[in-house]
Design a protein. Sequence first.
Length: 81
Amino acid sequence: MAKIVVEVMLKPEILDPQGKAVAAALPRLGFTFATSVRQGKRFEIEVVGDPTTEQLAEVSRAAETLLANPVIETFVVKVEK
């Protein structure tokens, strides 16, 4: 069984208030490693066997249609085993 992962992120020019809130909270909690934070979404889709080119294309179409808002978000489709 393989896993197709779709990672969705806001486009760089779109404000990310949740990411800014996390970035502001980290130092208050004693974490000083981050200069900025952006939040996103991750979808994991399990398929039987190795994903085919057709399945990956179908997942990309689903991401464009349902999983991401292409006006304000970008997405990446990748395979994890």
